[in-house]
Write a protein that binds this ligand. Structure first.
Ligand code: 2IO
Length: 419
């Protein structure tokens, strides 16, 4: 039976580097409990997999954590045929022809536009001078929203993300975050009203069109789904891209292999998601009294799945604390054992609907960066620091490279062909 350890999730130590604590959780076979936030933190891969796929755990925490800033329900709060049909609409609008014909060229265009002005100087902060704008611009374009006010939208997004991903939040910040949400909802509402009248073929319009049963969503339901997509697509994008480059730069032999064989890039992205998952926590609530690894958890308890810990479980992954792009892939999707599938996108009914999209998105941009950023090294004096407990990524990634007058597009993109 596992043991329950009293743990302070907000401690500076854990915030600076959670990974040694995950190792302790595995070696001591523990579940953490934090009295301050009144929640359990589960990190064994097998437990997380079973919580995310069990009907005994619900997404009820999102009622307080997400709905106040979303204005209505997000996809993960829905169930049954409603969930299935809305999920299908979103998935349809992100894949296949949409991806190839619309998003792939758009992602390439945005990446080139952001990179071009940096090429001559030979240095770049991949998070703050590229990734953050990139994440918002790609998402706005997917939703078919204008990009002229993206700086303001980025600011509002940060407030909304802060609300959703805070473990403890003080009143002042809460008021600011709610004000950000209010502004973004006010910005989106007339756009959605207009699309309801005259749908185009963008993702918002797809959400506006009545489903098979002739039911149309209300304006606030559509706005909430737009905010859901905006947050879920924007928040992890800069983190994943910067983490990928950090790990490749820290493993030069793997960087060389990926540079010369771009077929290895998708494996490098996948390993980045396992090794340093940009979404570290997924909250659930126990619907009934349950047992996890032999520990009794009473009904209504909040349980956080620690994705970052599950993805470093030595029972599921060999040498879990090593970044290696050629890990053996599991044969069946549910097989655990030593070659589990990583849980960075969650699991079960609510597994990330944008997973395939995001992998192709990052692949396109990483290919473009690899083509153009030669002689990569960290900028002199750069100090690496990761921030965030819920979503986590580099605060900055300052890199130097061979300066050049223009940008080249060398690699024909395999991602677009694969979609
Ligand atoms: C938006 C947390 C970045 C989701 C969330 C309220 C619901 C859901 C997630 C992910 C990632 C974000 N939860 N995406 O964990 O849509």
């Amino acid at each position: 039976m596992a043991k329950l350890i009293d743990f302070n999730i907000a401690s500076v130590e854990f915030q600076n580097n959670p990974y040694p604590h995950y190792a302790r959780l595995h070696s001591e076979d523990a579940i953490f409990h934090d009295r301050r936030v009144n929640a359990y933190f589960v990190g064994k891969c097998e437990d997380v997999q079973s919580i995310l796929t069990s009907p005994d755990f619900t997404t009820a925490p999102l009622l307080e954590r997400a709905q106040p800033v979303m204005g209505d329900r997000v996809l993960a709060q829905m169930s049954g045929s409603e969930h299935a049909s809305k999920r299908r609409t979103v998935l349809g609008g992100l894949s296949g022809r949409y991806f190839r014909e619309r998003y792939a060229p758009m992602i390439r265009g945005i990446s080139e536009m952001l990179l071009r002005p940096r090429m001559a100087s030979g240095s770049l902060d991949l998070v703050n001078q590229f990734g953050k704008d990139y994440g918002v611009l790609v998402t706005l374009s997917v939703l078919g929203l204008p990009t002229d006010r993206y700086k303001e939208i980025a600011t509002w997004h940060t407030g909304i993300a802060d609300f959703i991903t805070s473990l403890e939040i003080e009143e002042g910040r809460k008021a600011y975050d709610l004000a950000c949400s209010h502004q973004l909802i006010q910005y989106l509402t007339p756009i959605v009203e207009h699309r309801l009248q005259r749908p185009g073929d963008d993702l918002i319009s797809l959400l506006c069109i009545a489903d098979g049963q002739g039911e149309t969503m209300s304006v606030s339901e559509i706005v909430a789904l737009c905010l859901n997509i905006l947050l879920a697509a924007t928040e992890p994008a800069d983190k994943t891209l910067a983490l990928l480059f950090k790990h490749l730069m820290d493993h030069p032999e793997q960087l060389d292999r990926v540079r010369s064989n771009r077929d290895l890039l998708s494996a490098a992205i996948d390993e980045t998601l396992r090794f340093t998952s940009p979404v570290q926590l997924i909250p659930r609530q126990a619907a009934v009294d349950v047992e996890i690894s032999g520990i009794k958890i009473p009904a209504d308890s909040i349980v956080f799945c620690m994705i970052g810990a599950a993805n470093r479980d030595p029972k599921a992954f060999d040498a879990p604390d090593t970044f290696k792009i050629d890990r053996k892939k599991p044969e069946g999707t549910t097989s655990l054992g030593r070659v589990a599938r990583h849980l960075a996108f969650g699991a079960g009914t609510h597994v990330c609907v944008g997973a395939a999209f995001s992998l192709l998105q990052i692949e396109i941009t990483a290919n473009l960066l690899l083509d153009n950023l030669r002689g990569l090294k960290y900028s002199p004096g750069f100090v690496y620091k990761e921030v965030g407990l819920y979503t986590r990524g580099p605060a900055s990634l300052c890199i130097d490279f061979d300066a050049s007058a223009s940008i080249e597009v060398v690699t024909s993109c395999t991602a677009a062909a694969a979609a």
